[in-house]
Design a protein around this ligand. Structure first.
Ligand code: AGP
Length: 611
């Protein structure tokens, strides 16, 4: 979603801001823009399309200035266009703002500004209202900080906003409500941004800005104010990862690099939390036997890929810890009347920790008395900060829009939680637990072995890339993984793909089977494998072309299918950690074959901070 970068300091601001915006491209956007103050005058350049278009527009102009704010826009109100791109300016052209989020009462504010102040709007966006409102207030207050305070009081919605005024060229004022915002602390240099990768090249010390806080940022000073406009202190957050972690390191795409990073991420997430005697130490989570006994239900809520991790979580927690689990997509959960109370453990799963729907669902669950545990990748993100307990996936930064290593590390957290609860409450014997942990520890090695056969998947994609539709089928845990495989394929290759529990096919979807229809059948659950054979036969009888995924040595499935991908042998319960990888690779190579923009698929954003 929209990316924000701001800079004030001794260096040329334009270069730093454009560089930062490039690091935020992964969030997804459709236009880009920048505002500077040069020789006492505010100047704005903005262009629809990629940052390269903005750079072409700027051309050789150095845009020399010590202050700049920049933005990549992901359209919500108004089409992607030069006019609708940010920064937006006030009527007199003296104030510029960039905004991530939605101003819900913008129509009302717009009418007031038009009628009372004669403002003429130039764009279709909700965001322009912010610039115009601050501009009108500034005429009276003549102080940017005070004007932003007053403007924010009149706005409803979600926002991270950065404003600057040509009459105060030494400062930016930023404010946050439900959209990510950080401040980077340099030497005679300070920064604001939506996300850490934008600033990593320049700073490692960060202030994480909380909701309803306003920040005054000058080259040599940063002040944070709370909702009551009182200055407050904030601890510095030290970023531990380096620039390389957010670079491609020779891989053609971030997605491919992140697929290959899964053994490392899984090993970090698991092994760093195992004590010498093999027990799971849930750092940051105080879940005693008493707490677990007190829970009568678990609700797992998330979006997209994280929701698919929740589907596996349900299966595993119910099987190992014997606690009933419901799984829901966050955008549905929050508008129902969910049966959640103080006996519910609410688990939010989110890579970014900034997904607005997930955050809103978490708040709803808290309001109803649930204890909130989150499984999050981005340290210090909103979901993490608002949870009672946080279980971090140590996947490292995930840049590609299509989530891969975040998913498998989320799964690992699900296994660990289930095993922990099962051992604490006695639903598992120590022997079963130890064997399970041992099997989980072997997964990274098995994945590395599997990677030796990647060329087979690359070859397969060359013959299958031009299909118009693809079906994914499976049973039990294989069914949960099919949903993820299907999402991966559709989001990056734009092929119309559809996942369905194999047993459900005959209740309608089988009508779509035609000679040559590509069906990817996951048959990795030993105890369900005969059932899968029947399902494969049913679709083969209608002429479908079946690509099956099964464990090594499963020749019976091979006989039924047109082509096979084998995964290493492992216990049924942990199959998803492995079987999703060929699906990720298949999606990747098909998308590459089709010439798609793999890391930044059209219409999608990495961090979905609007409803
Ligand atoms: C995954 O490939 C997608 N890009 C998307 O479904 C994503 O998982 C979803 O938007 C949730 O994001 P989160 O994990 O950051 O909350």
């Amino acid at each position: 979603m929209c990316g924000i970068v701001g800079y004030v300091g001794k260096d040329n601001a334009k270069d730093i801001v454009i560089d930062g915006l490039k690091k935020l491209e992964y969030r997804g956007y459709d236009s880009a823009g920048i505002a500077i103050i040069r020789n006492g005058k505010l100047e704005v350049k903005k262009h629809v399309g990629g940052i390269a278009n903005l750079e072409n527009l700027i051309g050789e102009d150095p845009m020399t200035s010590n202050i700049a704010i920049g933005h990549t826009r992901w359209a919500t109100h108004g089409v992607p266009s030069d006019d609708n791109a940010h920064p937006h300016t006030s009527q007199d052209g003296k104030i510029a703002i960039v905004h991530n989020g939605i101003i819900e009462n913008y129509v009302e504010l717009k009418h007031q500004l038009e009628e009372k102040h004669g403002v003429i709007f130039r764009t279709e966006t909700d965001s322009e209202v912010i610039a115009q409102l601050i501009g009108v207030i500034y005429k009276e207050k003549k102080d940017l900080l005070q004007s932003v305070f007053d403007a924010v009081d009149k706005m409803r919605g979600t926002y991270a906003i950065v404003a600057m005024s040509q009459d105060e060229p030494d400062r930016m004022v930023a404010v946050r409500k439900d959209a990510p915002l950080i401040v980077g602390l340099g030497k005679e240099n300070n920064f604001v941004a939506s996300d850490i990768p934008a600033l990593l090249k320049y700073v490692k010390e960060i202030y994480l800005i909380e909701n309803n806080e306003t920040v005054l940022v000058k080259a040599d000073e940063v002040k944070i104010f709370n909702e009551d406009r009182k200055e407050i202190k904030r601890e510095v957050f030290h970023v531990t990862w380096d620039v390389d972690a957010a670079e491609k390191e020779g891989y053609e795409h971030f997605m491919l690099k992140e697929i290959y990073e899964q053994p490392k991420g899984l090993s970090e997430t698991l092994n760093r939390r195992l004590t010498k005697d093999g027990k799971i130490r849930l750092e940051g989570i105080s879940l005693t036997k008493e707490d677990i006994d007190n829970i009568n239900k678990i609700y797992i809520v998330a979006c997209g890929t994280a929701y698919h991790a929740g589907l596996v979580g349900k299966y595993i927690i119910e099987k190992l810890a014997k606690i009933p689990v419901e799984v829901d997509v966050a955008s549905e959960f929050r508008y129902r009347d969910p049966l959640v109370d103080e006996k519910t453990l609410f688990i939010a799963i989110s890579q970014s920790g900034e997904t607005l729907d997930t955050l809103a669902a978490l708040r709803e669950a808290k309001k109803r008395g649930a204890r909130v545990l989150s499984v999050v990748n981005v340290v210090g993100s909103s979901v993490a900060r608002e949870s009672d307990d946080v279980f971090y996936t140590w996947a490292g930064p995930e840049i590609a829009v299509a989530s891969t290593k975040a998913y498998t590390t989320q799964l690992m957290c699900m296994y660990m939680l289930a095993l922990y609860m099962g051992l604490e409450t006695g639903t598992l014997t120590r022997e079963y637990y130890d064997n399970f942990i041992k099997d989980l520890q072997e997964v990274p090695g098995k994945l590395k072995t599997f990677f030796r056969n990647v060329s087979q998947i690359e070859e397969l994609s060359k013959s299958l890339y031009n299909r118009e539709q693809v079906f994914f089928i499976g049973r039990g845990l294989d069914s949960a993984v099919s949903y993820e495989g299907s999402l991966k394929l559709k989001e990056i290759s734009y092929i119309n793909s559809f996942a369905i529990a194999a047993g459900e096919l005959k209740h309608g979807t089988i009508a779509l089977m035609e000679p040559g229809t590509l069906v990817i059948a996951l048959a990795c659950q030993d105890f369900l494998y005969e059932k899968m054979v029947s399902n494969i036969q049913e679709i083969k009888a209608r002429g479908a072309y079946v690509l099956a995924i099964a464990k090594e040595g499963n020749d019976a499935i091979a006989k039924q299918s047109d082509t096979m991908i084998y995964i290493p042998e492992c216990r049924d319960e942990i199959v998803p950690l492995i079987s999703v990888v060929p699906l990720q690779l298949f999606a990747y190579y098909v998308a590459r074959e089709r010439g798609c923009n793999i890391d930044k698929p059209k219409n999608l954003a990495k961090s979905v901070t609007v409803e």
